[in-house]
Ligand binder design. Sequence first.
Ligand code: CUA
Length: 256
Amino acid sequence: MSALRLEGRIIIVSTLFALTLFGLAAMAINLFHVGLPTCLTDIKPFLKGEVITHSPDHFEIHYVSRMWKFEPEEVVVPAGATVDVYLSTPDVTHGMILPGTDVNLMAVPGVVNYARVKFDQPRNYKLICHEFCGTGHERMAAVLRVVDRATFDARKTVPLLPEQTNATYKLLETKDCLTCHSIDGSESIGPTLKGILGRATKLKGGKTFSADEAYLRESIVQPEVKIVDGFDDLMPKPELTDEELNQIMDYLKGLK
Ligand code: CUA
């Protein structure tokens, strides 16, 4: 056989081999749902950790890695669930590895990375950062708990807290107020609503006064006019009827 014909055969055999490998990989992804980490460009970097339920056995987790923690810090899913993991970072480069699975992602500013994982058995997973990201690097960990279906379903029937069935609470929720203002005194993006009426309030620029009804009304309707010291001018003007505004004012008076 001439060298030329031999070379031709080698090319044909190696091409067939490469195609077979591609075919097997495609089959593995489609038939067996093997998760391959990919880089997505069609989802915007997010700043909020979140769990989205698509169906009883399909979840999407948006993990935010920041100096120096993961959000959400704990997620519970049922065994059998397929989970789409998205990872974003608002600060520096982090990593995320989920030992016991194929999930091994980089968190790069401006980019969202993705992996899909299916959890068959109940088990506690620990998610850690595997990219040195500063002094708090070794503290960066979160928990992903896979529990059996009955335990998971029992969790979801936890009754609402009494305040969550309140009509004004629901109104505040609908108007997105509670995204930034807590009602339990905890710090958030905006000042807590608990005990807000009569609270000693300091504005940016140093002016101090006691928050009265007129101030609260103004701050709801024109949030940009008076900014509380330590917070930013971030609140959008809510769309409220006079009736809704009065309803909220009554509710705030009762939040002691
Ligand atoms: Cu984040 Cu190391």
